[in-house]
Design a protein around this ligand. Sequence first.
Ligand SMILES: [Fe+2]
Ligand SMILES: [Fe+2]
Length: 197
Amino acid sequence: MKTKQLEELVLQSLEHEMGGVKVYIAAVACAVNGDLKEEWEKYLAQTRTHVTALEEVCAAMGLDPNAETPGRKIVRHNGAALVEAMKIAQAAGDPGAAELVACECVVLAETKDHLDWELLTACGEHLKGPAAQTLKTAAEKVEDEEDEHLYHTKGWCRELWRQSLGLKAVLPPPEERKHVKSAIGAARAEQAAHHGR
Ligand SMILES: [Fe+2]
Ligand SMILES: [Fe+2]
């Protein structure tokens, strides 16, 4: 395994979680549905713990958590763009539309978040030395939460869009009701919702 690129992944992941806190603060402000707001408040709190987990990984790896890289700069840029998109949507004065924008922004953010932790889990299995256990412990705890962040928000996004179109919607989405924690589970939940309509 290429240690230098693992360092890049850790720094990007940290930057993304820091941006994720800001994304969730903006998304919570856009949420109209009470259950969704509650869900995102939970994800916001979890995202804060992900920042701490990655700071601990940096410390264990002897990596400066503030070290700048070109890749990290892009991650910060993308996160800020998502926050700006939600603020623009909110300022337009249609709360339902802003909520849909927030759902899409969270799905985009969580797609990278999910990838980061999937890769960190894989690296944890190959890393040698004292930092390996810190990385493994962090990844084990966080990866399940990331599954939920991504698959459940995807469900919210689809069902709230359906509702806005005047189509039959399942709210909270089946992914949340069935406590989906995998891509296969998400596909099954979506399929079941489809048959139930
Ligand atoms: Fe996260
Ligand atoms: Fe997440």
